[in-house]
Design a protein around this ligand. Structure first.
Ligand SMILES: *Cc1c(COP(=O)(O)O)cnc(C)c1O
Length: 360
């Protein structure tokens, strides 16, 4: 039975063509700074995001961490969403390793912090307070693209008060693909998003289909500081051109197709929306959140798992589309969900239910 893995877009396996690109990669020792494939990737992504410099990272968490530590000193603070990845899902790294205080704020259903709340959270220069240094936004947030007007207003507000702005753009290419629309220029849309920020972190290992890797982009000075921090956290990698080649291949072949993942998510959302007992919360890009009535989420997950369909969540289920999912997989998923509600699968399925829920 072919597994349909909808847990995350991180689960993609490198394509045959990507494996060939990895095999062909010219490499050097990146700690000595002479891996040509890494250097070329960093230059390419700096250009794509409109930044001066970029630095390849092992993961999105490492990339955000190095970014936060490069922006902030001990006793500084960053303003961030209560449910943002950089606050909630990175092991408290900024506080643990950087002594940077997070100032988390409530977000609305689209992931936005109210501008008034941001303004109120920025502290005056007074020894009572931590120094407010950085605003941290995320796009997409839970699969939802941030409106440009919000990005513009929030970053302008932060700048008025002397704060820098970091974007956790783990899935920023999905936001750009959404903005561009099918057939539109995703790279141009990316530039319009990153233009609001001083630094941006982008993942290759999610919708772009690479096995490993993220990148931090910013000014030459910021990236210089991040380079030192990356070494400190064990992120100095050697013949890492192998991974940079995968990322480069992803930029060539997996960006302009992202709208296909979004169309699959829409197909899934439409089908699920028609099933009584389910309500679809959002499906703007490649992530579909569904609320299941009567606490039957775990039983539904178990039912799907028994049929080779993997998803996460408990009350709200999460389905993520990506390179390794196709229309037939979506139809098979819909058929299995319909079967669950018609056959009225009982609570015995709960025994094998998964209980993980996360932003992974
Ligand atoms: C996945 C993700 C990250 C980083 O993830 P890693 O698993 O460390 O690569 C950061 N931010 C967001 C919003 C993410 O979804």
């Amino acid at each position: 039975m072919k597994i349909i893995d909808l847990r995350s877009d991180t689960v993609t396996r490198p394509t045959a063509a990507m494996r060939e690109a990895i095999a062909r990669a010219e490499v050097g020792d990146d700690v000595f700074g002479d891996d040509p494939t890494v250097l070329a990737l960093q230059a390419r992504v700096a250009e794509l995001t409109g930044m001066e410099a970029a630095l390849f990272m092992a993961s999105g968490t490492q990339s955000n961490l190095c970014g936060l530590l490069a922006h902030c000193q001990r006793g500084d603070e960053y303003i961030v969403g209560q449910l943002a990845h950089t606050y909630r899902y990175e092991g408290g790294g900024a506080a643990v390793l950087g002594s940077i205080q997070p100032q988390p704020l409530t977000q609305d259903a689209q992931g936005r912090m109210a501008l008034a709340d941001i303004a109120a959270a920025i502290k005056p220069d007074d020894p009572h307070f931590a120094r407010s240094k950085l605003l941290c936004l995320e796009n997409t947030w839970n699969g939802q693209p941030m409106p440009h007007s919000y990005l513009a207003e929030a970053t302008a507000l932060a700048r008025q008060h002397g704060l820098a702005c970091h974007l956790d753009g783990a899935r920023v290419f999905n936001a750009a693909a959404f903005d561009a629309g099918p057939g539109g220029d995703v790279f141009a849309a990316l530039r319009r998003i990153t233009a609001h920020f001083d630094s941006v972190s982008v993942c290759f290992s999610k919708g772009l289909g690479a096995p490993v890797g993220s990148i931090l982009c910013g000014s030459r000075e910021l990236i210089g500081r991040a380079h030192r921090i990356r070494k400190m956290v064990g992120g100095g990698l050697r013949q890492v051109g192998l991974l940079a080649a995968a990322a480069n291949h992803a930029l060539d072949h997996h960006v302009q197709r992202l709208h296909e993942d979004h169309a699959l998510a829409e197909q899934l959302a439409e089908g699920l929306g028609g099933i009584p007992g389910l309500s679809v919360r959002s499906a703007a890009t490649n992530i579909v959140f569904v609320d299941v009535a009567d606490g039957r989420g775990a039983a539904l997950l178990a039912h799907l798992k028994a049929r080779g369909i993997w998803a996460t969540g408990l009350i709200g289920l999460r389905f993520v589309t990506h390179l390794d999912v196709d229309s037939a997989g979506v139809e098979r998923t819909l058929a299995a969900v319909r079967e669950f509600f018609s056959a009225d699968a009982g609570p015995h399925d709960l025994a094998t239910a998964q209980s993980t829920a996360g932003p992974y």
